[in-house]
Design a protein. Structure first.
Length: 148
């Protein structure tokens, strides 16, 4: 009988651990999403605009993403865009990007604007970027970032 009781207690402890892990994820995922949205809004409010080129699409076990590169002040940076099913850029195409110039590591502090391809009439961005995105309103960008 003692063995049965020990088995039941161990089972309940395992079940409790599972419940705690599930609760942890339900608390942490919204907090993580909130911090990402906050970072995106900060980049949007303080950022400058440039041109990025999507270089490849990667489908990996944990996540699928696009890789892109952009140039700022003569230096090329590489970054990733973890796409939303509603926003799928094409490999080889150019899109506007928001860059956070005050941050040291630009690759992690840029936002690919996958809904806003660069028109053929624009050949390159100024070395220090644009203060406003050419041909795209702030409202359009804000709406895009709400679903980023």
């Amino acid at each position: 009988m003692e063995m049965v009781w020990e088995f039941i207690v161990k089972k309940k402890q395992g079940f409790g651990v599972i419940i705690l892990v599930i609760l942890f994820f339900f608390v942490m995922i919204p907090a993580f999403n909130k911090s990402i949205k906050k970072r995106n809004l900060e980049i949007f409010s303080k950022g400058i605009y440039g041109i990025a080129q999507v270089t490849e699409y990667r489908s990996e076990t944990r996540s699928s993403h696009y890789r892109y590169r952009f140039t700022y002040k003569g230096k090329t940076y590489r970054a990733r865009y973890y796409y939303n099913r509603n926003h799928n850029p094409e490999v080889g195409k150019r899109y506007f990007v928001i860059i956070a110039p005050e941050r040291k590591w630009f690759a992690n502090n840029s936002l690919l604007l996958a809904d806003f391809p660069v028109p053929d009439s624009i050949k390159e961005a100024p070395p220090e970027g644009w203060k406003e995105c050419p041909g795209v309103s702030r409202e359009q960008i804000r709406e895009f970032l709400d679903h980023y």
